[in-house]
Design a protein around this ligand. Structure first.
Ligand code: SF4
Ligand code: SF4
Length: 175
């Protein structure tokens, strides 16, 4: 296994809903092929619907390996985050890349814990989608005082994750 593969297997954040809400399929990609592999392909509600896979992705294993690696969507094949690119190019060491990945995962874990503290426990959705759901609850006055207090901390943790993702992980096309 090469250093880049080792880095991604220690991370998984571009598949587990920490950085993205979904993976869009290209028009020429077959949703049926992915469905046959057991992947739950959804359709957007736009006028021209786009097929996508929700994140956290069902194909992501606990070891961060992709269960459909050889048949993964084009978006997955082409994506390389900023940390990965910098390590590959030698701009940063792999040791530094692993440190950044650990830092990112800690920030995402903090968001996960605070989501649960606000009563949001749907692990089938991305962190962003879960956070927006809690925001709607707060706007509608549907949270008790304890959950409301956790919401303030959640907002800050989400903001910190977002800033870190923009600074280190997203490339210009993703931002
Ligand atoms: S976010 Fe970057 S380092 Fe992490 S799995 Fe994806 S490409 Fe690899
Ligand atoms: S299909 Fe594989 S590479 Fe693509 S998001 Fe899912 S786990 Fe990640």
């Amino acid at each position: 296994m090469n250093s880049g593969e080792q880095l991604c297997l220690a991370c998984g954040m571009c598949c587990d809903g920490s950085l993205f809400d979904n993976v869009r399929l290209q028009p020429e990609e077959s949703a049926e092929d992915l469905k046959r592999l057991g992947m739950p392909v959804k359709l957007s509600r736009a006028k021209l619907p786009v097929a996508f896979l929700r994140q956290p992705c069902r194909a992501l294993g606990e070891d961060c390996a992709c269960a459909i690696y050889s048949q993964r969507p084009a978006q997955c094949r082409s994506f390389e985050c900023g940390v990965f690119k910098e390590a590959q190019s030698g701009a940063i060491s792999y040791e530094e890349a692993h440190r950044l990945v650990k830092q990112g995962r800690r920030k995402a874990d903090k968001v996960r814990k605070l989501l649960v503290a606000t009563g949001e426990t749907d692990e089938a959705l991305s962190l962003g989608a879960r956070f927006r759901r809690v925001q709607r609850w707060v706007q509608r006055g549907e949270v008790d005082a304890e959950a409301g207090a956790s919401f303030a901390a959640l907002g800050l943790a989400m903001h910190k994750l977002d800033l870190f993702a923009h600074e280190k992980f997203y490339t210009e096309e993703d931002a």
